[in-house]
Design a protein around this ligand. Structure first.
Ligand code: HEM
Ligand SMILES: *[C@@H]1O[C@H](CO)[C@@H](O)[C@H](O)[C@H]1NC(C)=O
Ligand SMILES: *[C@@H]1O[C@H](CO)[C@@H](O)[C@H](O)[C@H]1NC(C)=O
Ligand SMILES: *[C@@H]1O[C@H](CO)[C@@H](O)[C@H](O)[C@H]1NC(C)=O
Ligand SMILES: *[C@@H]1O[C@H](CO)[C@@H](O)[C@H](O)[C@H]1NC(C)=O
Length: 280
């Protein structure tokens, strides 16, 4: 239970529970670690929804209706907010279920379909395991987000749009440098701001205008919806795909300078092809 120990050590656990004493996970939707028989994906969002039973805990035979119920229940997204992502998986013929209307989560592992190089928390296909959470890759992202920094001011508790935009761009740059076979296509590289914006939208805290670091850690490190740290999606307004897209847009607008080259070139957002998660 390294994770819990770490939280106790930084004092964050006590802060979180002091401000809100009776934090529990919703009945029937408690986090349960997957068994080896359960199907999981390179997507922490889908995995977390399965770990809580918003999606079938098996991770198997998931249809669009199941996904719609899950995104609404788990994150208060509009039920159709992620339809396009599901349709893309279907269009890529990734399903192995024997029914073209359903997928197993592990069907999404296939490299160079939706799964791409330069993920925040997964290694590149050529370098290792592109599917499971990778602590070494993650620590580079976590450090850039200051997830383990001491909390001295209120601002230290949150990940901002600016911080996440820089961390994302640097992670892609790391991958391009480390991986001689880096081959995320231009279309796939637009998936990187898309997935970054998606987790920010999923965990967005309206009052802070940012995302609590404890929530980011729970989401990526345990694939656990951060109810125990005060996350309450039903207490905020439903978000549709346009609102998620607007957050992706804000991430793309942050000017990130990498080795003297402006990374976020004008036009990257508007190349015409669809974004992977369906936001432009
Ligand atoms: C609540 C909804 C969702 C959230 C919050 C979410 C979040 C994320 C995040 C943050 C990543 C990037 C992980 C990283 O960079 O380490 C990711 C990757 C991915 N997601 Fe999702 N996702 C959601 C729904 C979906 C859906 C509906 C699909 C497809 C049916 C999907 C398929 C994938 C795939 C294949 C990847 C791997 C891309 C890569 O290699 O980085 N996700 N997702
Ligand atoms: C998926 O299968 C259909 C029907 O066999 C085919 O037309 C289409 O090109 C395939 N898509 C991809 C991305 O391979
Ligand atoms: C395939 O899945 C869809 C969506 O769940 C379902 O309506 C349909 O009955 C399934 N088809 C078969 C042959 O099981
Ligand atoms: C991408 O890289 C992998 C190995 O890193 C390779 O197997 C695959 O064929 C490459 N795809 C393209 C489109 O070049
Ligand atoms: C980024 O730089 C461009 C061009 O210099 C500028 O127009 C834009 O306002 C900047 N964006 C932000 C968010 O500062």
């Amino acid at each position: 239970m390294k994770f819990t120990k770490l939280l106790a050590h930084t004092g964050l656990l006590s802060i979180a529970s002091a401000s809100c004493p009776a934090l529990t996970e919703p009945s029937g939707y408690e986090w349960i670690a997957p068994t080896p028989e359960d199907s999981r994906s390179p997507c922490p969002g889908l995995n977390a929804m399965a770990n809580h039973g918003w999606l079938p805990r098996s991770g198997k035979d998931i249809d669009l209706a199941a996904l719609q119920r899950a995104v609404k229940g788990a994150f208060n997204f509009a039920p159709d907010a992620l339809d396009q992502a599901f349709h893309i998986a279907v269009d890529f013929n990734l399903t192995t279920t024997g029914n073209s209307s359903t997928i197993h989560l592990s069907d999404l592992d296939l490299h160079d379909a939706i799964e791409m190089d330069g993920s925040l928390s997964r290694n590149d296909y050529f370098l290792g395991d592109n599917t499971h959470f990778d602590p070494v890759v993650w620590v580079s992202t976590a450090n850039r987000l200051g997830l383990y920094d001491c909390v001295e001011t209120e601002a230290d508790k949150f990940v901002t749009v600016e911080k996440v935009a820089v961390a994302r761009a640097l992670r892609v740059q790391d991958a391009m440098r480390a991986n001689p076979r880096f081959n995320a296509s231009a279309a796939q590289q637009r998936g990187s701001p898309g997935t970054t914006g998606l987790f920010m939208a999923a965990l967005w805290n309206d009052a802070a205008g940012a995302v609590p670091k404890t929530w980011v850690r729970s989401f990526f490190e345990q694939e656990r919806i951060p109810y125990l740290f005060g996350f309450d999606p039903q207490a905020r307004a439903e978000q549709d795909s346009q609102e998620i897209g607007a957050l992706v847009g804000r991430i793309l607008q942050v000017n990130v300078t990498l080795g003297g080259c402006p990374f976020s070139k004008p036009g990257l957002a508007g190349l015409g092809a669809r974004h992977f998660h369906g936001f432009s």
